[in-house]
Write a protein that binds this ligand. Sequence first.
Ligand SMILES: Cc1ncc(COP(=O)(O)O)c(C=O)c1O
Length: 502
Amino acid sequence: MSADRGLQFDEPPIFERGAPGRSGASLPGFDVPRVVPREVFGALSRALPAGLPEVSEPEAFRHFVRLSQQNFCIDTQMYPLGSCTMKYNPKVNEWAARQPEFLGLHPLCPDAYAQGSLEVMWRLSRMLCEVTGMDDCALSPAAGAQGELTGIMLVRAFHRAAGRSPRKVFIPESAHGTNPATCALTGLEAIKIPKSDDGLVHVEDVLRVLERESSDDVCALMLTNPNTLGLFESHLPAITKLIHDRGGLVYGDGANTNAIMGQVRPGDLGMDVVHINLHKTFTTPHGGGGPGAGPICFKSKLSPFAPTPVLVREGEHFRLDRDRPQSIGRVRAFQGNFGMFIRAYTYIREMGGEGLALASQLAVLNARYLWSQLRDTLDVATTQPCMHEVVLSDETLEKTTGVKTLDIAKRLLDHGFHSPTVYFPLVVKGALMIEPTETETKQTLDEFVVALKHIVEEAKTNPAVVKSAPHLPRLGRLDEARAARKPRLRWTAEPDGDNSPG
Ligand SMILES: Cc1ncc(COP(=O)(O)O)c(C=O)c1O
């Protein structure tokens, strides 16, 4: 064979090299020229192709694999982040969400052609109502925080429809910051219920605050259950009655539903509306306030105000109803994060009712095991055993050794554990909030206990090594405040360039 003849095949190549207007390869039939013709944008159009970097497939692949290896993730290590619940994401969820029939559906597709997807949403809504003991559900809010906002807007609309406009929302001191932030966003007033000695909200605590405030101005009580100290609010029915008697409604922050599935339901305890973080309880990827999902479930008295579009079932058909005169309106583009609904639905189908109840029991068992193993090592925030998360404190350790919660959290990285949530809830000094979830084995929990005990011992004998941790990860201790305020977002090409944040 002569060199100028080249190799000749009957089939043309799938990727054509050097297609017109492009420097790299292109797919036949998708040959969009990179330079838009001058007649389209005139003088504004580009004269030369954009100098986009061209990298080979192995280069791109290596880059992303290297990044993933530097990342600390739940696929490689325990991730005991309390409150944020880094629950595992079953791989079957990803399989389901990637089915072409779901993936390829345009969000503006007419209802008649999207019946399967609407049915999945409807079924998920019913399942969430069953878990929470509520009548109705709106899936669209994009995160727990947006669920709160939507729920409180429903409460406000309910009062307005009755010709009232109460402004006071009562919130325990230990609540997540998103609770008072929601009040601020809706123009309502957050009133603090001070923390009690045992960490629970008592009827007398609420009564005292209600009496101090003008009691005909009760818009709502916002209560997290189990609360952010990991305790079950056992006085709830009496408290909800107190609020209802004064015309207010009860908002349940259901971010911690992972602890109570199949055990008790917020609706049965007298709550009127509750949000659920699908990423905390139903194994969808963590949302970070954006691409997540924080559906709300509510009692039928709030249904007229539900955000549009409202998914309705008519016989065997499903329809998105936009004609809701009393609705608070749309809170999210399209129907919300549909991919998250598929994942949550898959998880619930995989587990079944009994499976979900068992998941909650194991989540509580695991956290209680850590509480019992660690209560003599560090200060514990609660004297009674916790539910799904255990909150420790650096109070004594800091006094005797100077080692703080942040140092412990950093040193845990050297032992192969992601840092737990730190300094939340604010009512606990130097809080270290650990949530193991149901999927960690006893062996992993024991390794975590050994690591924490080792660090506390080290704090007494060699505090400098704890205070300067972490020592093993690729980056040492960062100036986190500077990294947050002055992030360096560009990669510098110099081989010795400092690409660390801050
Ligand atoms: C108790 C509680 N409420 C509300 C939220 C807010 O949820 P999201 O992060 O989905 O906005 C969280 C998040 O961790 C939480 O723990």
